[in-house]
Design a protein around this ligand. Structure first.
Ligand code: FHN
Length: 434
C-alpha cells in the first residue's frame, strides 16, 4: 500500500475551512450553568461536563439535545460562500464527531440528524451540493477511533491530566463490532453518497484499537470507492502503523501546531480561531486576524496548508468574531492571493523580516516577500538566490520597489508607504532559475 492519489489540487489550494458542528453546539460549552473548561473543547462536552468532580453526561441526558436540534438559520450556500470569500478553496465538516452523531441521513445508524431531530434535513448533502455550486472541494471529518454512542467505540483516552478519571476502554471484540457495524459502513456511505475530495480522520496517539490491519481496511474502503479521495495521517498511521505516513496522502499536524519545517509531502495545520473547535459561548480568547494571516503565510512558505476552523452556533449562524476574521482574511487574500495559491517554498534561508513564497512561471520566477515588519527605507535581503532580478513592486498597490543584486543575494528597499501593517507583500521578478 502506498500513496498514489494526486494531491496537487490540495497543495495548490493552501487554504481551507474546517467546521465543527453538531449536538454539542447547543450547550456550547456550558452544562447546567457550569462552564466546561477542561481544555475548552466544546465538542467534548459529553465527556467533560462536570469535570473534574463527576465528568460525563449520561447518554439519555445528552440525547435530550436531539429534540432541540433545529437550526432555523442554517443555509449551506451562506457557509460555503463565506469560505469562498475568505479565499478558501476547500471545506471540511464534522460528518460525525466523537459523540457518534451523524450529520447525514445514515442508513447505518438512526442516530442521525435527519431521523433523530426535528430538523430532519441532510446537512452533509446540502453542504455537498453548495460546494459543487460554488466550486469548493468537500471533505468529511469522521471520528473513526472514538465513538461515545455506539457500544464498543473508544472512549476518551484518559487519564491525561491528574484530575482525569481512569477510563476503561472497550474490549477488542466490542470494538470490532463497532468497527464493522458502524464505522466502515458509515465511511462507505459518505463516500458513495457525496463523493468527497478528502477524508479527515482523527487519532492523535498510540491506540491499541487502531491496529495496522484496521487502518489498512479503512483506507481500503475509501480508496475502493474513490481512488482520488485523499486520506489524512490522523487515521493513525503516524503512531499505529509500522509503515507510517507513507500510506496516506497528506499529513495533519496536531491541533494548532505550526512547524518550522514540515514533512516532504503534502501537509496541513488545522487551527482554531479561539480555543474551542465547536462553538463555545464562554470562550472569548479570539486570535487576532494578523496572527491567523501569519499562520497561513508561515505554512505556505514552508510548503504546508492552513485549515481554519469555525464553530457555528446551534441555530446555524456563524459567530460574529469568526465572520469578521473570515472577511478580513478574505480582503487580504483578494489582493495577495497570488502570493499564496500554487506557490512553493523558496530555496533561500527564511529571513528575519518575514517569509518568502515563490512561483516558477516559464523562464521567470516570482518571489513573494511577505513583510511582517515594514520599516520605511529598510533594505531587505533575499540570500543565496540565483537569476537576475528584473522588477519589484508592492503587490497590492503596484508601487515600484527598488531592487538590486549584491553577490549571490538580491536586495530591495522598502518604500515609505506600507499597504498593510499585518503583512505587506512585495513581488520580485527574477529571470532565470531562482
Ligand atoms: O478531539 C478532537 C477535537 O475535538 C477536534 O476535533 C480536533 C481537531 O483537530 N481533533 C481532536 C483533538 O486533536
Amino acid at each position: 500500500m502506498a500513496r498514489e492519489a494526486d494531491t496537487r489540487w490540495f497543495t495548490e489550494a493552501r487554504f481551507g475551512m474546517f467546521v465543527h458542528w453538531g449536538l454539542y453546539s447547543i450547550p456550547a460549552g456550558v452544562w447546567k450553568g457550569q462552564v466546561v473548561r477542561r481544555n475548552w473543547y466544546a465538542e467534548w462536552i459529553r465527556a467533560q461536563a462536570g469535570w473534574p468532580e463527576k465528568p460525563g453526561i449520561p447518554k439519555d441526558e445528552y440525547d435530550e439535545l436531539l429534540k432541540e436540534f433545529n437550526p432555523r438559520h442554517f443555509n449551506a450556500d451562506e457557509w460555503i460562500l463565506e469560505a469562498k470569500n475568505a479565499g478558501m478553496k476547500y471545506f471540511l465538516i464534522t460528518a460525525k464527531h466523537h459523540d457518534g452523531f451523524a450529520m447525514w441521513p445514515s442508513k447505518v445508524s438512526r442516530y442521525n440528524v435527519a431521523e433523530a431531530t426535528p430538523f430532519g434535513r441532510d446537512v452533509c448533502g446540502e453542504l455537498a451540493a453548495a460546494c459543487k455550486r460554488h466550486g469548493i472541494r468537500l471533505g468529511f471529518y469522521y471520528s473513526h477511533w472514538l465513538d461515545w454512542e455506539y457500544p464498543g467505540g473508544c472512549l476518551p483516552p484518559w487519564p491525561k491530566q491528574p484530575e482525569d478519571p481512569v477510563v476503561r476502554q472497550p474490549s477488542q471484540e466490542a470494538f470490532e463490532r463497532y468497527w464493522t457495524e458502524k464505522c466502515l459502513p458509515q465511511v462507505a456511505e459518505l463516500i458513495a453518497s457525496y463523493d468527497p475530495a478528502f477524508m479527515w480522520f482523527d487519532n492523535w496517539e498510540k491506540a491499541e484499537h487502531l491496529t495496522p490491519g484496521r487502518i489498512e481496511q479503512l483506507i481500503g474502503v475509501v480508496k475502493k470507492l474513490s481512488s482520488s479521495c485523499l486520506v489524512n495521517s490522523r487515521i493513525g498511521t503516524t503512531w499505529n502503523h509500522p509503515e507510517g505516513d507513507k500510506l496516506v496522502d497528506y499529513f495533519s499536524m496536531y491541533d494548532n501546531t505550526f512547524p518550522e519545517k514540515g514533512p516532504d509531502f503534502a501537509w496541513e495545520t488545522s487551527a482554531t480561531m479561539n480555543r474551542s473547535w465547536g462553538y463555545h459561548q464562554a470562550d472569548f480568547e479570539w486570535k487576532p486576524t494578523r496572527q491567523l494571516l501569519r499562520h497561513l503565510v508561515d505554512n505556505a512558505s514552508r510548503g504546508g496548508n492552513f485549515q481554519l476552523n469555525i464553530g457555528p452556533m446551534a441555530d446555524g449562524r456563524i459567530p460574529a468574531p469568526s465572520i469578521r476574521r473570515l472577511r478580513e482574511i478574505g480582503a487580504w487574500m483578494a489582493v495577495n492571493g497570488e502570493a499564496i495559491y500554487g506557490t512553493q517554498t523558496c530555496p533561500s534561508p527564511e529571513p528575519a523580516w518575514g517569509r518568502i513564497t515563490m512561483r516558477r512561471d516559464g523562464g521567470k520566477t516570482i518571489l513573494y516577500l511577505h513583510v511582517y515588519d515594514w520599516k520605511a527605507d529598510a533594505q531587505l535581503t533575499i540570500e543565496r538566490i540565483a537569476g537576475k532580478a528584473v522588477t519589484a513592486r508592492v503587490l497590492e498597490t503596484g508601487q515600484a520597489v527598488q531592487v538590486a543584486r549584491e553577490g549571490d543575494s538580491i536586495s530591495i528597499t522598502l518604500p515609505k508607504e506600507c499597504p498593510d501593517e499585518r503583512i505587506a507583500v512585495v513581488a520580485v521578478e527574477v529571470e532565470g532559475a531562482a
